[in-house]
Design a protein. Structure first.
Length: 651
């Protein structure tokens, strides 16, 4: 118990240190002009409210603190408004500046402070999102080792990666990541290249085979002639693709910005007309106060906050309100295969006995031979044996174990040689393989991997292994179609047979296989050029460029890599694929609520402006009316917090 307590304490300390490091990574954003201004605005506004509520200090203190709050945030916003005017653009900054002036004139200082804080907090959130993307690029670069073991005339020499040149011979040992792109000169190895291609099963590599930087040699050793180093490698191109996609990602025009183009000049014109018609400044101030766009400005952020809260309750981590809006407009979704539509780990799907053996006997034989192997296929065999209730005991009777990297294993079991692996390995060892070619062809036609089991001089059985579809994948695809997504596409680096088998199982008709990360980006952009709003759903490093290029990036959070998570707009933390449909539905519900709030704010302001312009509403009454409009928008947004799929509140 004491040991467990110490372990928990260490884990807690480690989590705290990790959190501190992540927060420190955002220090430049939080200490920026917008970050400091948002903090100051929030603190002064809170102090103003509390001093008024508890009647602390003199009567003028709440007003003074409120003015400090407005000045702290307003100065930054006014600068943005001036820049917009100089660029001949009307955006929400002009609207907010108008709101701040009108609020101060009407004595509604705290309302102005709230508007300023909400605007600045939104800008800081956007900057934090950009900082996350930069951190994702740093982590991507860390996949490649900093050094490489290069064979020189004098022997092996470990050198910094920058000193490796194309043509150098690089030596890679078991458990090491590949530092360069290259071609295998000698050696046999099993290589996990999921970060680049997304393949769930380690791939056999031998002389003449290509190799990618950032992949992991799980078994065996290789000598590789480098063909590309650094930014020229496939891994380097992934990083470059992420950066380019983020830089080229089209800016989203906020709904309030669109309304501001027409609303701001209209309000100013009405205030001028009120002044000219009455010859007094009071009606003009009343018009400005009544038209004070607090409700309009708060319409989007309050809906976004409610949408984010609703997502958190459902296991969705939503980062960035603008991208949440974009997700609500999605009509095409691209899926990665491995780890997204599938479980991301090989499973034994069937056992075919031969030569009079039964399934249990073949499985027990394979598990006994594979018990000392570290290969992913060996783990799949052992898991299936455990599920079947096969107990292997302490290993008595098993001797002479030998691993053939990427091809299989041999062992002496109770005095007889057992081989578990590929058909070429069994043939190489001189065993009979009658009918093996036909069996292999039928298995590969289904998009599965064949693991042969031989004993003595002949085949005893065959195991088929595949990365199985998620049980809920078909329902998730159907839910997305029901949600109005018109085009569903699979983009994968795996081979076409495997891809089409999985696509057929989950109900996706459009499949593009054998893709590198840059090819996935090309397909995302192709769909965008055809007029689609595209979401990308993935979980791996190789998905990161496509996630960054898409209009909305949805990541399987529990199984996703850190690089993919850092480029995500929405992370599914429960790792349940149907949540992708919920993310789209929630985004659309949020978008509808934004438009409802904007329509409510505009209608309210129009009525208030008419009352103020005709003299029915003096400035104080106009201030009350505009505050009621803001409250109505907030209450409407609050309905979304309790959102669930199918609830009327989401419609």
């Amino acid at each position: 118990m004491a040991g467990a307590s110490v372990s928990e304490d260490r884990r807690a300390v480690g989590d705290t240190v990790g959190l501190c490091r992540r927060c420190w990574g955002y220090a430049p954003v939080l200490l920026s002009r917008d970050g400091v201004a948002a903090l100051a605005t929030g603190l002064f506004a809170a102090a103003s409210w509390l001093s008024g509520l508890w009647r602390l200090g003199p009567a003028w203190l709440p007003v003074a603190l409120g003015l400090f709050s407005v000045a702290s945030g307003g100065s930054v916003i006014v600068v943005g408004a001036v820049r917009g005017l100089l660029a001949r653009e009307l955006n929400v900054d002009e609207l907010v500046s108008l709101a701040l002036v009108a609020s101060v004139l009407a004595g509604e200082v705290l309302s102005g402070a709230l508007v300023a804080f909400m605007m600045l907090a939104g800008k800081v959130l956007e900057d934090v999102t950009a900082a996350r993307a930069e951190r994702a690029l740093e982590r991507l670069g860390n996949l490649a080792p900093a050094t490489a073991r290069v064979r020189r005339e004098s022997g092996e020499e470990t050198v910094p990666l920058e000193r490796v040149r194309p043509g150098d011979v690089v030596v890679i040992r078991p458990g090491e990541r590949v530092p360069v792109d290259g071609v295998v000169l000698c050696g046999q190895a099993a290589v996990d290249q999921a970060p680049i291609t997304g393949e769930a099963v380690a791939v056999e590599k031998g002389p003449g085979h290509g190799l990618y930087a950032g992949t992991l040699v799980t078994e065996g050793a290789l000598e590789v002639r480098a063909t590309a180093v650094g930014a020229a490698t496939a891994l380097g191109r992934i990083g470059g693709g992420v950066r380019q996609a983020l830089e080229e990602r089209a800016p989203i025009v906020r709904a309030a910005d669109r309304y501001a183009r027409y609303f701001t000049p209209l309000v100013l014109a009405l205030a001028a007309l009120a002044y000219l018609a009455s010859g007094r400044v009071t009606p003009a101030i009343a018009v400005l106060v009544a038209a004070c766009p607090c409700a309009l400005v708060l319409a989007t952020p309050t809906a976004i906050v409610a949408g984010v809260a609703a997502g958190a309750r459902r296991g969705l981590v939503i980062r960035g309100g603008a991208r949440l809006e974009q997700a609500g407009r999605v009509d095409a979704i691209c899926f990665d295969k491995t780890g997204t539509l599938t479980l991301g780990a090989p499973k034994v799907t069937s056992v075919l006995p031969l030569s009079g053996r039964d399934e249990r006997g073949v499985l027990a034989l394979a598990a006994a031979a594979e018990r000392y192997s570290e290969h992913p296929l060996a783990r799949a065999v052992l898991e299936r044996a455990a599920e079947a209730g096969i107990e292997l005991g302490a290993g008595d009777g098993v001797a002479g174990f030998r691993s053939y990297p990427g091809r299989g294993v041999t062992a002496i079991i109770e005095g007889r040689q057992v081989v578990v692996g590929t058909l070429p390995l069994i043939r190489e060892l001189g065993l009979a393989v009658d009918g093996g070619e036909e069996l292999l062809a039928s298995v590969e036609a289904r998009g599965e991997t064949a693991v042969f089991v031989a004993e003595g001089q002949g085949l005893r059985g065959l195991l088929t292994v595949a990365d199985a579809p998620r049980p809920e994948a078909r329902a998730a695809v159907a839910a997305l179609r029901a949600a109005g997504v018109r085009r569903l596409v699979m983009l994968t680096g795996d081979n076409r047979q495997v891809a089409e088998a999985i696509a057929g199982a989950v109900g996706i008709e459009e499949v593009h296989a054998g893709l590198l990360p840059e090819d996935k980006v090309a397909w995302v952009r192709r769909l965008q050029s055809e007029g689609h709003r595209v979401a990308m759903v993935g979980d791996g490093v190789n998905d990161a460029p496509a996630l960054a290029a898409a209009d909305a990036a949805i990541v399987m959070g529990a199984s996703g890599t850190e690089v993919a998570l850092e480029t995500a707009d929405i992370a599914i933390m429960t790792d349940e694929l149907p949540m992708a449909a919920e993310a789209i539905l929630l985004s659309r519900a949020t978008l509808r609520l934004i438009h409802q709030n904007l329509a409510l704010a505009l209608a309210w302001n129009v009525l208030a402006v008419l009352g103020a312009g005709t003299g029915l509403l003096p400035p104080i009454a106009a201030a009350l009316v505009h505050n009621l409009g803001s409250v109505a928008g907030v209450l409407n947004a609050a309905r979304l917090i309790a959102w669930r799929p199918g609830r009327a509140s989401a419609r």
